[in-house]
Write a protein that binds this ligand. Structure first.
Ligand SMILES: C[S@@+](CC[C@H](N)C(=O)[O-])C[C@H]1O[C@@H](n2cnc3c(N)ncnc32)[C@H](O)[C@@H]1O
Ligand SMILES: Nc1nc2[nH]cc(C(=O)O)c2c(=O)[nH]1
Ligand code: SF4
Ligand SMILES: [Mg+2]
Length: 246
């Protein structure tokens, strides 16, 4: 064992902003977006983290560097930090950042697809697992997801876990249904899919997303298998469209 921690490949640090998705939607938070993903979803809204298009912007930062940048951006105007990516669960070295953030009195959330385990996940206040439906082109490794859910679902309150499935179409809804049946005890959020991650016209984009939200609501209302789910748009996409760093 060597005790020199590897630096973290970071693509963006931004905020304070709102958490636009899922279980703590609306929460004031800072974001740390790591580089690299083991998936390549067809509709990924953060493909620059893994497709090479922003590789010059990747910085190798220590936990201390990340904390200093969070403070230089957010001052004392935040108490919550969200780790996203890419897949932050590819990075064992985030353990040190999670520890430091907690020492500083922060709540810490993570966004990951549930394809990889890291021990530091156990320390995260709000874990969102977002397994990928057929429209993404990815395949879920169910035994791995089962094990991650098992390890995270027995934690004492207020440590919490949720599932979030992006839905574009009927096949995705069937997939979401199967996730809900497999993990009935875990809160499930259905998220409206953003079909155009380049469009910069916010009002047309928002109108399209709201129409898709209405479609998703209408469909779920007809399903007796989905009586205890929450249906949400990406709030940040309604406010800022596809703008980066918000
Ligand atoms: C960019 S991902 C990064 C974290 C992790 N790789 C994951 O997928 O959970 C953050 C969240 O954005 C969602 N997402 C990505 N592209 C999207 C799109 N086009 N429409 C709706 N949600 C999207 C993902 O499903 C995930 O829940
Ligand atoms: N405001 C805002 N909320 C978010 N929730 C999840 C995000 C992500 O990209 O992981 C995200 C993001 O990029 N911005
Ligand atoms: S898992 Fe997340 S970051 Fe990776 S490609 Fe899919 S949506 Fe993008
Ligand atoms: Mg995003």
């Amino acid at each position: 064992m060597n005790n020199v921690t590897r630096p973290v490949p970071v693509l963006e640090i931004f905020g304070p902003t709102i958490q636009g998705e899922g279980m703590v939607i609306g929460q004031k938070t800072m974001f740390v977006r790591t580089a690299g993903c083991d998936y390549h979803c067809s509709w990924c809204d953060s493909a620059f983290t893994w497709d090479g298009s922003s590789k010059e912007q990747i910085r190798l930062l220590s936990a201390r560097d990340i904390w200093e940048e969070l403070v230089s951006l957010g001052g004392n105007r935040f108490s919550h930090v969200t780790l996203s990516g890419g897949n932050p669960a590819l990075l064992p070295q985030l353990a040190e950042l999670v520890r430091l953030l907690h020492q500083q009195g922060m709540e810490v959330a993570v966004e990951t697809q549930g394809s990889r385990w890291q021990d530091w996940l156990e320390e995260i206040d709000q874990v969102t697992l977002s397994p990928k439906p057929p429209s993404s082109g990815m395949e879920t490794n169910w035994p791995v997801l089962d094990e991650i859910v098992r390890r995270l679902s027995g934690r004492p309150a207020p440590l919490s876990l949720s599932l979030k499935v992006v839905v574009f179409d009927e096949d995705d809804l069937i997939y979401a249904e199967s996730v809900h049946q497999r993990y009935p005890q875990i809160d499930l959020y259905l998220q409206v899919g953003n079909p155009d991650v380049r469009r910069m016209d916010v009002s047309h984009h928002a109108a399209d997303l709201l129409q898709r939200y209405q479609w998703l609501i209408d469909r779920v209302m007809t399903m007796s298998s989905m009586n205890n789910v929450r249906i949400l748009p990406q709030l940040h996409a309604l406010v800022w469209g596809n703008k980066r760093g918000v």
